[in-house]
Write a protein that binds this ligand. Structure first.
Ligand code: C2E
Ligand code: CA
Ligand code: CA
Length: 266
């Protein structure tokens, strides 16, 4: 076996026990309003600390978890930890924002998220306005019917959905219109070479214009420079996320960012 295949196999086998062995944790990345710079949302991002191999990127282990179906309990674990964190912040007097969780297409086929959140909305309705989901454009178009249904059910409960990695899935306008989503996240590949790349300038202008025409706010991902921020503000992009604002941080640091943002607003 090649070294890469060996590593894959090892990670795949170890993923099953990672929840039980408490090897996962979450970090949070703020999303700000372009106009004010105030934090308006967050994204929860999963981290795996393997006891021998160290930090494993989700880019490596999420696809493995999707192959084995392990992604279903992992996503449930993420939602449970986000709920814990929201309770903790609220108890500490920190006003949270909506936390968006990345959800694989499979979750809509093999799990009942609407049922899970319907139960939560009965036992703990205060948490619902602080929960959101992100689904990639690609996953959404692959499972259009299941996705439309699940997003509709979740919206009814009060849970917003964002369309992630927008622009990479080759979907058409008519597809997007079928999806009851609340915002679009422009993939970071389109942002990276702004504002110097003519092609990306044209694409970003067109995508933001289209989304705004449908009354959908656009979040730009991977914003790293002030020049990118200024360009995005100019074309009407409503929200920004990226290292320029903050890297993904542990919950304690996220609480500090939230408090700071609230102080500046007052
Ligand atoms: P994504 O959903 O597109 O998440 C954004 C990724 O961009 C994150 O990588 C984030 O750390 C990174 N990022 C944010 N700002 C910047 C920036 O300014 N510059 C650059 N170069 N990168 C930036 P991360 O945390 O490594 O996650 C990678 C992917 O793994 C995510 O892409 C998502 O598809 C997946 N993922 C992460 N957590 C979860 C999860 O809990 N469930 C599922 N299903 N997938 C997850
Ligand atoms: Ca995402
Ligand atoms: Ca993304």
């Amino acid at each position: 076996m090649t070294r890469a295949a060996e590593r894959r196999l090892r990670l795949t086998m170890n993923l099953d026990a990672a929840i039980e062995n408490e090897e996962f944790h979450l970090v949070y990345q703020p999303v700000v309003e372009t106009a004010t710079g105030a934090i308006c949302a967050m994204e929860a991002l999963l981290r795996w600390r393997h006891p021998e191999l160290g930090a494993i990127s989700p880019v490596e282990f999420i696809p493995l978890a999707e192959e084995t179906g392990g992604i279903i309990p992992i996503t449930r674990w993420v939602f449970a930890r986000v709920a814990d964190q929201l309770r903790k912040w609220r108890a500490e007097g920190v006003e949270p924002r909506r936390v968006f969780v990345n959800v694989s297409g499979q979750q809509f086929i093999r799990d009942d998220l609407p049922g899970y959140f319907r139960a939560m909305s009965e036992t703990e309705p205060a948490l619902i306005p602080f929960i959101g989901i992100e689904i990639t454009e690609q996953a959404a178009i692959q499972n259009m019917d299941a996705t439309v249904q699940a997003i509709r059910d979740l919206a009814e409960i009060g849970i917003d959905a964002a369309l992630d990695d927008f622009g990479t899935g080759y979907s058409s306008l008519s597809y997007i219109q079928r999806l009851p989503i609340r915002k679009i996240k422009l993939d970071r590949a389109f942002i990276a070479d702004l504002p110097g790349n003519e092609r990306d300038i044209a694409l970003v202008r067109a995508m933001v214009g289209m989304a705004n025409g449908l009354d959908l706010p656009v979040v730009a991902e991977g914003v790293e420079t002030a020049a990118q921020r200024d360009f995005l503000r100019g074309v009407g992009c409503s929200e920004l996320q990226g290292y320029l604002i903050s890297k993904p941080v542990p919950p304690e640091a996220m609480a500090d960012l939230l408090r700071q943002s609230d102080r500046r607003r007052r």
